[in-house]
Design a protein around this ligand. Structure first.
Ligand SMILES: Cc1ncc(COP(=O)(O)O)c(C=O)c1O
Length: 459
């Protein structure tokens, strides 16, 4: 089989194949919002279509492309590994690459979170969270979990049990015993912890859905409360970790010291799925408590060679190219440019973020002339305004972004950490022009809104 030729021959049937065999609803949504582009290449911060048009990628594969696409160092490592014909997945084995990645990860992690010296490898963010929940139960002999309103930790059943959105939970039956607590409400957290039946409190340093940043003292105080009540503090760094927020871990912004940490996404270099749970050795021992239990929690692909190679290369590139510092610098630039727009655009209610994890929130206009149009859109569907901005950025400027959650008027930017100043300026100009259009009473985005609804109804 020649894979390149196969792709060329069948490319035109892409959407049809997905409608027939994969996810018809998603294929239709992409057509409705004009996101059904046939990309043929990815390089750095850009995607390219068959006509050679370039698209600036602020969607970042949902936060996977910290290094940008097709990074040469990643490709070199993976090619080299394939050519070595390494014995992969022997299973009854202690593969060197898994050992090396565990060593590297814990060395780097401990610069921020001192206690973490054991690693369990996984294949995804959700699987890391599943593992973390199990480790917490085994260590505490307690069943219940606490999580934050609006949290997102993945969509497998355990991870779904600590998901703060009804939209995702609805229809999937009984989940694990877990209780949501409002963000920034320490009293509510304390009340739950006092019941002494909680294994762990799980939190993202910055919530991916909505890019919500906790109050400055919240997470550290929450950690202290957890310690007081013997509850494990589990920080989910799947999205905010590995440099995204301008620090290696998102929780570093507040000097956290969690018991268990989950990572995934960017560790893959955008090539090979991989994740990890980092935890204290004493906690790890509570699960793997004897020779008989040495594989009591395990998986088939967690330590696979390509994933381990991708992880090692990713950590090296983050460091050698100073990408974390760059994320902090370019993130500040992006935030400053967006904040400058707030005076000019009345529906731009909030701009927030750390490093290159940036959220822009829209809300009702104050001027009479725009109020009716806003109301009409929101009546059609909550969050439609943000969706139209996302569509406008794509349609007019080939800038890929996303609405940050279900039916919310927030858009999120997760560009690669290799972003340059020029690319930040390009994005700012595109956002400015799109918001200017959106604030016109007639034409522009409002018309797109009507067209969008018509297109959705037709389909
Ligand atoms: C914080 C967080 N945890 C877990 C997950 C789940 O990761 P995955 O989609 O790889 O299962 C995500 C995915 O977006 C995430 O943002």
């Amino acid at each position: 089989m020649e894979i390149g030729r196969l792709i060329e021959e069948r490319r035109a049937q892409r959407l049809e194949l997905h409608k027939r065999h994969v996810n018809p609803a998603l294929a239709r949504v992409l057509q409705i919002i004009d996101y059904d582009v046939d990309y043929v290449r990815g390089e750095g911060a850009y995607l390219f279509d068959a006509d050679g048009n370039q698209y600036l990628d602020f969607l970042g594969g949902y936060g996977v492309y910290q290094l940008g696409r097709s990074h040469p160092a990643l490709k070199k490592t993976l090619h080299e590994l394939l050519d070595l014909d390494r014995p992969n997945l022997i299973q009854m084995d202690c593969p060197i690459l898994a050992g090396l990645l565990a060593e590297r990860l814990t060395e780097r992690a401990r610069q921020a979170y001192p206690g973490l010296d054991a690693v369990f490898f996984t294949n995804s963010g959700a699987e890391s969270v599943e593992g973390a929940l199990k480790f917490a139960r085994a260590a505490t002999k307690r069943d219940r979990f606490l999580y934050l309103d609006h949290a997102f930790h993945g969509l497998t059943l355990g991870a779904l049990s600590v998901n703060g959105s009804e939209h995702f939970r609805d229809g999937f039956g009984t989940l694990l015993p877990a209780t949501p607590v409002p963000l920034n409400d320490l009293t509510a957290l304390k009340q739950e912890l006092e019941r002494e039946d909680v294994a762990a409190f799980i939190a993202e340093p910055i919530q991916g859905k909505g890019v919500t940043i906790p109050d400055d003292d919240y997470l550290l105080a929450a950690q202290r409360l957890c310690r007081k009540y013997g509850v494990l503090f589990l920080v989910d760094e799947v999205q905010a970790g590995l440099g995204r927020t301008g620090r290696f871990f998102g929780g570093e912004h507040w000097g956290l010291d969690p018991d268990i940490v989950t990572v995934s996404k960017a560790l893959s270099g955008g090539f090979v799925p991989v994740g990890a749970v980092l935890l204290r050795r004493d906690l790890h021992k509570k699960t793997f408590s004897g020779l008989e239990r040495c594989v009591v929690h395990s998986n088939t692909f967690g330590q696979n060679e390509l994933a381990m190679g991708a992880g090692l290369a990713t950590l090296e590139v983050l460091e050698t190219e100073n990408l974390i510092e760059n994320a902090a610098r370019q993130g500040e630039r992006l935030l400053a440019g967006l904040r400058d727009m707030q005076d000019r655009y009345e529906m731009l209610h909030d701009v927030r973020g750390k490093g290159l994890m940036t959220g822009v929130e829209f809300g009702p206009p104050s001027s009479l002339k725009l109020k009716a149009a806003w109301k009409a859109l929101e009546t059609m569907q909550a969050g439609l305004f943000a969706q139209l901005v996302v569509m406008g950025l794509m349609h007019d400027h080939r800038l890929l972004t996303q609405v940050s959650g279900h039916r919310v008027n927030i858009i999120k930017f997760l560009p690669p950490l290799i972003l340059t100043g020029e690319q930040v300026e390009y994005a700012l100009t595109a956002i400015d022009a799109t918001l200017e259009k959106a604030h016109r009473v007639r034409g522009g985005l409002w018309d797109m809104g009507k067209d969008l609804v018509k297109a959705a109804m037709r389909r």
